[in-house]
Write a protein that binds this ligand. Structure first.
Ligand code: ADP
Ligand code: MG
Length: 580
């Protein structure tokens, strides 16, 4: 991918004045740093080697200037440091917000493929690296370029030949710096991988600790862990070796430069071409010229990581939601709940065989339809086309006679309620979780919904009632209890079309009958599609539709289907066998 340079810089826009001020301060710091040795030179050369009787006041004057310079430098540095980091952090916040909002719009198909862990690291680590580059990038380049050029000019003015001698060392340092940059980066990446392996091992072994202990395989797991642990150590040793080698070979060259300057400088003094003050000044400035080269390693890592981070960010931002509002999308009003599939073909991946091929089915307003059939037949898939979790490949899904792709998404989805087998509850209280179905619902309304969902009694028996925290740090709920909370949510949402996808399949008989009772209350007066695993639960349906991999095999009422002695009767008999 070509680096999107315009987009990269566009994030500076809101903070441009502040950022320019930061850059100006960084320049001021460099100027002050460069001026300092000049004052040392003034004292050692002009004051102390001239008429000493008038020297003291001039020393005080120079001292005052040095102090002022130091204050100015540190004040400017304070501003550049503080506000520079702040600008970077603000840009990072902006990008992170933008990315998160974008991720909210991406469709089911995207999340089928992407791992949450990866997305998390994009949102946190990658953007941290980008903000480092945003802030330090331009600032460092300005700062070090100014220092390098300034120091070089001053050195050149003091002693041309000595400057050229020093200059000869710089390419060597540059090459060294870039070589180690590569090596150190590779080492760091290896370290990261190794940490990842360790984390994965911990997750696996501790996540499955109950299995580990029941097979008495603790030693096996510890053995696996120790292998990863040792590999991490080996990788760390490598890194430290490279680091130490880099640091010390650099120091050696710097010392070589010092020695060169002292020896050749002293020789020049002996020849009368240079004085001591010049030599001292020279030595002070050499450091400024070397420092930027030394920083090359760090800066190029920063650049690489920031650029990669930004590219990854853009890559994600450029993913278009597969399901989105059409430009002429219509809002829905007064839905009757007439659902129709017209010759619908759908597949998850373009290369796979279609899950649904030319399927047609109509569910009339208020009808209660049960969808049954072998697992993998496409029941869940079929239902997920109604609220447009996915779009059809060909054919149409219609709600009240309008293609769902022409309906405004939010209004479409608010008219379809889905109750699934796996209930997702968010961190927060019971009250907040039910309110998810209707954010502006009052407490009374929530309690009423909970009562209709047969959830009120168990909620009241929780330690803090409706205020009880659920999820990781809160109370644990049983499958049936969670299911009833999710039904309460849908009661609040009050949609004209309902989908129950194996909502009771994982429940024991007793919770099943409670949940079933609340489901029946919820279904009253709405178009309802129930996907059921246990056929006993849907005997009373207005219509039973048997879906197999080849499409709809048969449909009708329970008794009629049994009489036909076809697919349904077979499914029914099979289940009866299992149960007895
Ligand atoms: P059912 O609900 O009848 O058990 P599904 O609709 O869940 O069946 O699945 C139908 C087929 O589609 C299965 O072969 C399943 O493996 C496949 N499938 C389901 N969900 C996905 C998905 N998100 N990505 C790819 N294939 C899927
Ligand atoms: Mg299913």
């Amino acid at each position: 991918m070509r680096f999107p340079i315009k987009r990269f810089f566009s994030y500076y826009k809101p903070y441009l004045p502040l950022f320019m001020a930061v850059l100006a301060c960084a320049l001021a710091v460099s100027a002050a740093t460069l001026a300092y040795p000049l004052l040392v030179r003034y004292v050692t050369k002009d004051v102390l080697t001239g008429d000493l009787s008038a020297a003291l006041p001039r020393v005080y004057f120079a001292g005052g200037l040095m102090l002022a310079l130091a204050l100015l430098q540190n004040a400017a540095n304070y501003f550049a440091d503080y506000k520079g980091h702040e600008v970077g952090a603000r840009m990072e916040r902006d990008m992170r917000g933008e990315l998160f909002a974008h991720l909210q719009t991406l469709s089911f198909g995207f999340y089928d493929k992407e791992k949450t862990g990866k997305l998390m690291s994009r949102i946190t680590n990658d953007l941290l690296l980008v903000s480092e580059l945003y802030h330090h990038g331009p600032e460092d380049y300005v700062k070090y370029a100014a220092r390098f050029i300034g120091a070089f000019a001053i050195l050149f003015a003091i002693d041309m030949r000595l400057t050229i001698a020093v200059f000869c060392f710089l390419p060597v340092m540059g090459v060294l710096s870039l070589y180690f940059n590569k090596r150190l980066n590779a080492a760091m990446n290896r370290n990261k991988d190794r940490i990842g392996d360790i984390n994965a091992q911990v997750e696996d072994s501790l996540g499955g600790i109950r299995v580990v202990q029941s097979f008495a395989n603790e030693a096996v797991e510890t053995g696996k862990f120790n292998r990863e642990n040792d590999r991490f150590l080996a990788s760390r040793k490598h890194t430290y070796k490279a680091e130490a080698l880099f640091y010390n070979s650099f120091e050696t060259i710097i010392q070589l430069i010092s020695v060169t300057v002292i020896v050749f400088g002293s020789a020049s003094i002996v020849r009368g071409e240079l004085d001591l003050a010049d030599l001292i000044t020279f030595l002070l400035y050499v450091g400024f010229m070397v420092e930027p080269i030394q920083q090359l390693t760090h800066m190029s890592t920063q650049l690489q990581e920031g650029v990669t981070g930004f590219q990854r960010f853009v890559e994600l931002m450029n993913v278009e939601p597969a399901v989105a509002n059409a430009p002429d999308a219509r809002m829905l009003a007064d839905i009757r709940g007439d659902v129709e599939f017209r010759r619908v073909t759908f597949r998850y991946e373009p290369r796979l065989k279609p899950v649904l091929a030319g399927l047609s089915l109509r569910v009339r307003p208020g009808e209660f339809v049960a969808l049954v059939g072998p697992s993998g037949a496409g029941k869940t898939t079929l239902c997920s086309l109604i609220p447009r979790f996915y779009d059809v490949e060909s054919g149409e899904v219609l709600l009240d006679g309008t293609d769902v792709r022409r309906l405004e998404l939010t209004s479409l989805r608010s008219s379809v309620g889905v109750v699934q087998q796996d209930v997702y509850l968010f961190a927060g209280t019971v009250m907040e979780n039910i309110r998810y179905g209707k954010p502006d619902a009052g407490d009374d309304e929530i309690v009423a919904a909970a009562k209709r969902a047969n959830a009120h009694d168990f909620i009241m028996s929780l330690p803090d009632g409706y205020g009880s925290e659920i999820g990781q740090r809160g109370v644990k709920l049983s499958g049936g209890q969670k299911q009833r909370l999710s039904i309460a949510r849908v009661f609040l949402k009050n949609p004209p079309v309902l989908i129950f996808d194996e909502a009771t399949s994982a429940l024991d008989n007793e919770s099943e009958s409670i949940v079933k009772d609340s489901l029946e209350k919820l279904a009253k007066g709405r178009t309802t599609i129930v996907i059921a695993h246990r056929l006993s639960t849907i005997r009373g349906a207005d219509r039973i539709v048997v879906l197999t991999e080849d499409g709809i095999a048969e449909e009708g009422r329970h008794d009629a289907l049994l009489k036909r002695d076809g697919a349904y009767a077979q499914l029914y008999a099979k289940q009866f066998e299992y149960q007895s």
